[in-house]
Design a protein around this ligand. Structure first.
Ligand code: NAD
Ligand code: UDX
Length: 465
């Protein structure tokens, strides 16, 4: 086997950081360097305030950093020294040119491949950790084939299945680790890294293309479950069925299973929408419009769910929220993360602002600057400019609070947009006293106890009942 003693990971993000921290933690004999072009991010990884909030991550980083785990901007040196190079850079939806709004932007991946081709010597294993369209490894191999120093390469696909908020648990005990490749010797080299803590029966090996495609497929199936239950939530609201009861009733069928059936204000996160749109684009590219249309519906249903939430708020509140204070509880796309990419909260806040509501936002982990940046960018037009009118809307209608109690003081309504555990323990008696009446609660996560809140006098509206 090819021995792995030095790893370089390009991309110190939500995936590269935690994944490499876990490898360093479980493989003390391997030196792990995480590199990035973003010097601020590297500085944060080297500080006490890591750029990624994940339960359990601080501990692991503190244990390994300065021993066999380092974060650096010395990209070329780290690539050159490594036996194995992970590419874990972002692959966002392309926003310009061919495939705009659908295809993955592979610019950053290609730049990594070119960097590796330029500086490498000898033999290296290049591992695709980023989520990529099927057949990307072909392009990566062709770029690497033109190495400046006649270096040789194996290319593997090793998509990451961790979910944010539970990244450390997921990395410690993955359902499976997927490794796609061509040469058994290279596949075994990566298998032997994971085998330091993952049992061999969970290390699945496939061909390159199956591995690449499995990642997009897994995310499409997961998101499809959320859109399916959200579609049913709309029907529940019209019929006095209760979507959480329906979800547990169908979830007991072992063929369906209970997980990922929580109706919500809509899925967010950097992956689901991007990966489905990428799948849709690939299907169209390969001449399969029916397949493309089938999957695109998952994203459309999610857009509908976000809009529906705001429409329901406005209708319930006597058809106007203009100049009404609304306490926004949570801005992250799910609990236990500081990530807001594609968070439903961004769209709900945008639509409430367009209704001229006054928003008072509280999130336990997302900073005010970050929220303002997200709101500015959702109102930004084509060339990255925000109009004076939209900037004014934000300036005059958005404020922040340091607790959910403060966010709802004197408010007409509360909108729960992230399922942070602390929200369930809020002081609802004090909150009720401080609110305008009727005291509306729109729970986009079905997180709060409906009966208790109704008992205290709130008018409670959950998703799907
Ligand atoms: P991220 O944006 O948090 O991090 C990517 C990092 O790569 C950034 O810090 C960026 O500066 C750096 N980078 C970009 N180009 C570079 C270059 N040429 N050289 C060096 N550094 C460069 O992204 P992420 O959330 O970590 O996602 C990375 C990949 O993993 C994506 O393909 C994503 O789809 C996939 N993924 C993400 C998750 C998740 O939960 N976030 C889960 C599974 C898979
Ligand atoms: C997802 C995949 O789960 C993970 O395997 C992949 O590696 C990256 O993308 P992530 O986006 O971090 O992970 O979180 P996830 O737990 O999947 O949640 C995604 C979104 O769906 C969140 O907004 C969440 O609130 C929402 N969701 C999830 C629901 O609304 N209902 C559910 O039942 C589950």
């Amino acid at each position: 086997t090819l021995a792995v003693s030095k790893i370089c990971c390009i991309g110190a993000g939500y995936v590269g950081g935690p994944t490499m921290a876990m490898i360093a933690h479980k493989c003390p004999h391997i030196d792990v360097k995480v590199v990035d072009i973003n010097a601020d991010r590297i500085a944060q990884w080297n500080s006490d305030q890591l750029p990624v909030y994940e339960p359990g991550l601080d501990d692991i980083v503190q244990q390994c950093r300065g021993k066999n785990l380092s974060f650096t901007t010395a990209i070329d040196d780290s690539i050159r020294a490594a036996d194995m190079v992970f590419i874990s850079v972002n692959t966002p939806t392309k926003m310009f040119g061919v495939g705009a709004g659908r295809a993955a932007n592979l610019e950053f991946v290609e730049k990594c491949a070119r960097r590796i081709a330029e500086v490498s010597e000898g033999h290296k294993i290049v591992v695709e950790k980023s989520t990529l369209p099927v057949r990307t490894a072909e392009a990566v191999k062709r770029i690497l084939a033109n190495s400046d120093n006649a270096a040789t390469f194996d290319v593997l696909s090793n998509p990451e299945f961790l979910a944010e908020g539970t990244a450390i648990e997921d990395l410690l005990a993955p359902d499976r680790v997927l490794i796609g490749g061509e040469r058994a010797e290279a596949i075994e080299a990566l298998v032997s890294v994971y085998a330091n803590w993952v049992s061999r029966d969970r290390l699945l090996t496939t061909n390159l293309w199956s591995s690449e495609l499995s990642k997009l497929t897994a995310n499409a199936f997961l998101a499809q479950r959320v859109s399916s239950i959200n579609a049913i939530s709309a029907l529940c609201e019209a019929t006095e069925a209760d979507v959480d009861e329906v979800a547990s009733a169908i979830g007991t069928d072992s063929r369906i299973g209970p997980k990922f059936l929580k109706a919500s204000v809509g899925f967010g996160g950097s992956c689901f929408q991007k990966d489905i749109l990428n799948l849709v684009y690939l299907c169209e590219y390969f001449g399969l419009p029916q397949v493309a249309e089938y999957w695109e519906q998952v994203v459309k249903m999610n857009d509908y769910q976000k809009q529906r939430f705001v429409t329901r708020m406005v209708r319930t509140m006597f058809n106007t929220v203009s100049d009404k204070k609304i306490g926004i509880w949570g801005f992250a796309f799910k609990k236990d993360t500081n990530d807001t990419r594609e968070s439903a909260a961004i769209y709900v806040c945008r639509d409430l602002l367009l209704e001229k509501a006054r928003l008072c936002i509280y999130d336990p982990q997302v900073s005010r600057e970050h929220i303002l940046r997200d709101l500015r960018s959702i109102f930004t037009e084509g060339d990255g400019v925000i109009s004076d009118a939209k900037q004014k809307l934000i300036d005059e209608h958005v404020s922040f609070a340091s607790s959910c109690e403060e966010a709802s003081a004197d408010a007409h309504a509360i909108a729960v947009l992230t399922e942070w555990d602390e929200f369930a323990d809020a002081d609802f008696d004090a909150i009720f006293d401080s609110m305008k009446k009727p005291a509306f609660v729109f729970d986009g996560r079905n997180k709060l106890k409906a009966m208790d809140l109704q008992g205290k006098g709130f008018e409670y509206h959950g998703i799907g009942f």
